[in-house]
Write a protein that binds this ligand. Structure first.
Ligand code: ACO
Length: 324
């Protein structure tokens, strides 16, 4: 007897951005840079920076509340929280556990995932596996960062690139013959490249928090090929062609990387969601923030085919194909 497969169906998305906007002009008063340099090299005009007393768990909680409201659900309906971050509130407990507490949930499980900018894609693929293995019914998947806390604000080569924010998605286990929800994912890492993009502090090595260190050109050089590889892998797994994609929602690190990957994959810009101009690189939050914007303004609609991808420190990289 054929049983109906369990799918990880997207119920909703939500987002939160801190109020404080920092423009390129403001940054150019602090470090030797210009609006023209930043826009030309990255496509970034401004970014949001969290207040001192605003923590990653607060950003995540606000994004989660919006996702719950958009799904018409209550916090008690969630039985798993997976939170991707590289800027946790504490060394432990996990930021996911703090969000669970803020939401007043006392059942199920909550844990963090660390895959830097690829974190949300890794968290989504993990949530999908939990659902398909009947280990969770409704999963809150969050990407949240206060990346401003690990930026050296006197280093012009990194401080212009990043911003803070959070995005959330709720997945529900539904039995369906139809190919809906998360269709397939591809996750990759290569630790050989760790020192091209890393933070020079940590619990075990230095006992400090540290700052982002990056060989920008090297990261750029690797990014386009890695992104294209996983996107093609996911399309092949699902048996889809690039032309069938309705939307491409890439990690928002740099407009030039997004455009180069789109060109290589033959995905037109009009199908590409871009938020890097206003959000900068929010690491694990960038993909759910972009999804939330494109769902909120009516671009991404039910039934459409959406490709998400990300690449970041580790190196880590991954992609997921979702039938919305
Ligand atoms: N303003 C003005 N000049 C600058 C700035 C700045 N903010 N930053 C660097 N420069 C200078 C450099 O000092 C260098 O000067 P020099 O020629 O006198 O030595 C010159 O500009 C060129 O520097 P490059 O680093 O070669 O510039 P490039 O064109 O590669 O652009 C950038 C730099 C934007 C960082 C680019 O390499 C890039 O986007 N790389 C990918 C970075 C990225 O996406 N990182 C995030 C990955 S995701 C994650 O996991 C966090």
């Amino acid at each position: 007897m054929n049983s109906i497969p369990v799918r990880s169906v997207v119920l909703s998305v939500g987002a939160y951005l801190p109020d404080n906007i920092v423009t390129n002009e403001e940054l150019s008063k602090k470090v030797d840079t210009t609006n023209e340099w930043i826009v030309q090299r990255t496509g970034i005009y401004e970014r949001r920076i969290a207040k001192k007393n605003e923590y990653t768990s607060d950003l995540a909680f606000n994004a989660a509340k919006e996702a719950l409201k958009n799904a018409n659900l209550q916090a008690k309906d969630i039985d798993l929280i997976i939170l991707a971050t590289t800027t946790p509130d504490f060394t432990f407990p996990s930021t996911a556990a703090l969000v669970q507490q803020k939401l007043g949930i006392h059942h199920g499980a909550a844990f963090d995932i660390q895959a830097v900018c690829s974190g949300f894609v890794f968290a989504l693929a993990t949530a999908d596996s939990y659902i398909k293995n009947n280990m969770a019914k409704r999963v809150l998947v969050i990407g949240a960062e206060t990346i401003s806390r690990i930026i050296d604000w006197s280093d012009r080569t990194t401080c212009v690139l990043f911003g803070d924010g959070a995005g959330a998605m709720i997945l529900e286990a539904q039995k369906s013959e139809e190919e809906i929800g998360v269709l397939c994912s591809s996750l990759r890492s290569d630790g050989d490249e760790w020192n091209k993009l890393y933070v020079d502090g940590g619990v075990s090595r230095t006992g400090t928090v540290g700052h982002v260190k990056m060989q920008g050109r090297e990261v750029f050089k690797h990014a386009v090929g890695m992104i294209s590889d996983v996107v093609i892998d996911v399309l092949e797994q699902g048996g889809y062609k690039t032309e069938e994609l309705d939307w491409f929602v890439p990690h928002q690190a740099n407009r030039r990387i997004i455009e180069a990957a789109g060109k290589k994959l033959n995905i037109p810009l009009k199908k590409t969601v871009i938020t890097v101009d206003r959000h900068a690189n929010t690491s694990a939050a960038s993909v759910p923030l972009a999804l939330s914007e494109a769902v909120g303004d009516g671009r991404i609609k039910k039934g459409e085919l959406v490709m998400i991808e990300a690449m970041g420190g580790g190196f880590t990289w991954g992609a997921s194909l979702i039938r919305w």
